[in-house]
Structure formats: C-alpha cells, structure tokens
Design a protein around this ligand. Structure first.
Ligand SMILES: [Zn+2]
Length: 308
C-alpha cells in the first residue's frame, strides 16, 4: 500500500491579507518539492468536498453559522486580529475537512498505508466556539471524532508538533478521555496556553519548550512524555497536527529543529502506530511559514511516511 497525499486547488483560494504568513504560496512550495522523482510513488488524490454535518462533531451549530455568515462576497474580512476569510474560504475549509475525513476512511478501510493532507486554512487553534490563529474550524478534532463515529475507534491520539500550542484541540477534548492530545510547542509564545499543568481529564499532555532550544529538548520531550503517553493510551488511530514552524528558519518562533527532527518524529509515531493502531496514521498540515523550511520539512516527513 502506498502513502496518499490529499490536496486541492481550492486551498490556494483561501486568501489572506498581503504580507500574511499563512499564504497560498505555502502549498505551492509543498507541491514543488513533492514534484521530485523521489515522490513518484506518492498517490495523489484530490480532496473530496467535506460533509458539513461533520463540523458539528467539534463545534456547536450557532458558531458554525456565525463563521458561514462572516464569509464575504468579495475582498477579505477579519475574523480576529490575525484570522481572515475570503469568498472561497468556506469551500476551502470544508474541503480541508473532507480531505482529513477521507484520510481517516483510507487508513481504516485499507486503501492507504498512511496519509498526508496538505490543506489550508490550518485548524489547531480553532476552539469549540472561537475561530483564531489563522484557523476557522478544527480539522484534526473533527477527524478524530469522525474516526470514532464512522469507524468505531475507541481511542484517538492527536500529536501536535506545531511550534504553537493547539489551544483549540485542547479546548475541544478537555473533558473527553477518549482522545489523547499531546503537544510540543514553544512557551512563551502565541496563544499562551499549553503549560504542563494543563492536563484536562488526564488526557492532555503538554511538553512546552523554551525559546532557542532545539533537537535535544524536542526529542527528549517525545521520548519522555509523548511516546510513553501514547503507549499507555494504546490508540486506535494516531493523527498528527503537523506544523513545521518549529524549523530553525521559521520567522514566527525560536525553536531550532531541522528536517531530520521531523523525519525522526515521524518514524517514532509510525512505530507507535504499528504497535497500537494497526499502522493507522493520518497527518494534517498545520503551520510552517518559511517556504524553504516548510518544503524541506514536508519532504522529510512525507519521505519517511513512504518508507512504511
Ligand atoms: Zn504554528
């Protein structure tokens, strides 16, 4: 079985203001690097349009309708200080959710060894009732609940190595012990949450990293906190909130990871997916704002996924 890549041209049509780091060029950079012959066996699939009803797995209806009503007919509107929407943003976010849910179907129905979904907007800052931090809806959270409802997954682990804490995912699963949320992130940094003491129902594992640290502390956080938590939880599915903004080139943070660290972390999670989850692993793009750092990191990540 091959590694699958879901993407869609609509993801380029979620337009952010000039100079905004979360921009369509991010996906173009990923597309270019995956054009290399090394990725010729990667199975490229157009993300299907998502089922809007699945948004309600993570967000209440009045909030969903509030976001829908905010989508402009033309131009760009601000949802919060750094989150915006353009006319095609609804279709983009619903297709991002469609890709993530289809990836879950693929790994449960044996159509793919594992899947990477290259979509935007990202999702991990979106709380139950708040769109923020470039995110409208929480794609990873929706996909986790989708796996539970559609495929009877009892336990889903979400591992978030984006350099920012996934406050949205933590908020959604705060009192839901059927989902384990593990995050490595820089602290202090936006959005300000993610202290070790935030543990939810015992299902939240935060491993904050001090600015100007890198490989050693990141790998130590994985080995001492993230991986043992996964072993204790024995998930039926592992979802990665794969942000690549902890790369040393990234302009939004001060963690000094390299492509090799993302290769290594991917391998560790694949090993755990093999041990506990029937190899079921779905990776969803979150952040990553230096185009070269992002492209090289995605190449290392997807290259590792393809090694099986
Ligand atoms: Zn981030």
């Amino acid at each position: 079985m091959a590694t699958r890549l879901y993407t869609h041209p609509i993801f380029l049509e979620h337009i952010t203001p000039p100079g905004h780091p979360e921009r369509p060029d991010r996906l173009r950079a990923i597309e270019r690097v995956l054009d290399d012959e090394a990725f010729s066996t990667l199975e490229r699939v157009k993300a299907p349009e998502g089922d809007e009803a699945t948004i309600l797995y993570a967000h209440p209806e009045d909030f969903v309708e509030r976001v829908r009503a905010a989508i402009p007919q033309s131009g760009i509107v601000s949802i919060d200080a750094d989150t915006s929407a353009s006319p095609k943003s609804w279709q983009a976010v619903v297709t991002a959710i469609g890709g993530a849910n289809a990836a879950v179907d693929d790994v449960f129905e044996g159509r793919a060894a594992n899947v990477f979904v290259a979509a935007r907007p990202p999702g991990h800052h979106a709380e139950k009732t708040t769109a923020m931090g470039f995110c409208l809806f929480n794609t990873a959270a929706i996909a986790a609940r989708y796996a539970q409802k559609k495929h009877q997954a009892e336990r889903v682990a979400i591992v978030d190595w984006d350099v920012h804490h996934g406050n949205g995912t933590q908020d959604i699963f705060w009192d839901d012990p059927s989902v384990l949320y593990c995050s490595t992130h820089q602290m202090p940094l936006y959005p300000g949450t993610g202290a070790k003491t935030e543990t939810g129902a015992g299902n939240i594992v935060n491993a904050p990293l001090a600015p100007q640290t890198g490989t050693d502390l990141f790998r130590d956080a994985f080995l001492s906190r993230v991986l043992p938590s996964i072993d204790a939880f024995a998930p039926d599915l592992i979802i990665i909130s794969a942000g690549f903004d902890a790369h040393h080139r990234d302009p939004l943070a001060e963690i000094n990871l390299t492509e090799d660290d993302f290769d290594w972390a991917t391998g560790q999670l694949m090993e755990r997916a093999g041990r506990h989850s029937g190899n079921r692993l779905v990776s969803l793009l979150e952040g990553g704002y230096d185009l070269q750092g992002l492209a090289f990191s995605v190449a290392a990540h997807v290259g590792r996924l393809m090694k099986g």
